[in-house]
Write a protein that binds this ligand. Structure first.
Ligand code: 5GP
Length: 191
């Protein structure tokens, strides 16, 4: 996706050989117009899958997921990372180790919002080692819902997550795939 790659080149900062900072438009400040285009792009790619719900994880997945939900015309559910006082009964849970924060969270989704008949599209900001996606896939399974695929704004193709999911036969769509961040250079995979 050209607009996204432009934003990454102009506003992204390489923090190390494996971490890209995109706080300027995705992870801290959010660019609504870019999110709108991202939502349209996910919709274009998944519009024929009969999706009934989008599942993401707080907090940085919410903005792109919201826009995809808007254009697909379906609700967006986000997995919570912390226990909520109001979220007590009927929970689907999974353990997720965070690549950037180096901590393990138990993520949870209320069974009220993820039903056996649902066709679910998982959306997240980054796909790195696939831990977040794995946890969300697990939650979709617990709900006996159908998984349509996993959509990522940015996939780091040099980390294992993409292969891990694709090997399981899961459809993975990433709007920008980065093959390397070495020597402070962002190298995109050719589409
Ligand atoms: P995974 O679970 O695939 O290893 O990592 C995905 C999660 O870690 C994403 O939800 C994202 O929040 C965070 N993440 C992974 N790699 C990066 C990165 O290079 N930059 C940023 N900003 N977040 C990342």
């Amino acid at each position: 996706m050209k607009l996204l790659k432009q934003a990454i080149m102009e506003k992204g900062r390489v923090l190390s050989n494996d971490v890209l900072k995109v706080d300027a438009f995705l992870n801290h400040q959010i660019d609504p117009e870019l999110m709108q285009e991202i939502g349209k792009e996910f919709t274009e790619r998944f519009k024929d899958e009969g999706i009934s719900k989008i599942l993401t994880i707080e907090s940085s997945g919410i903005a792109p997921a919201m826009m995809a939900g808007l254009y697909l015309g379906v609700p967006v559910v986000f997995a919570r990372k912390r226990k909520s006082l109001t979220l007590v009964d009927g929970l689907f849970t999974a353990k997720v180790h965070s690549f950037t924060k180096k901590e393990t969270n138990e993520i949870s989704v209320s069974s009220e919002y993820l039903l056996a008949g649902d066709v679910v599209l998982i959306i997240d900001d980054f796909l790195a080692n696939g831990q977040a996606a794995r946890g969300l896939v697990d939650i979709v399974k617990q709900a006996n819902a159908t998984l349509a695929g996993v959509g990522n704004v940015i996939e780091k193709g040099f980390q294992a997550g993409g292969d891990l999911l694709r090997e399981q036969g899961i459809r993975v769509e990433s709007l920008a795939i980065i093959d390397s961040l070495e020597n402070n250079q962002i190298t995109f995979r050719e589409e």
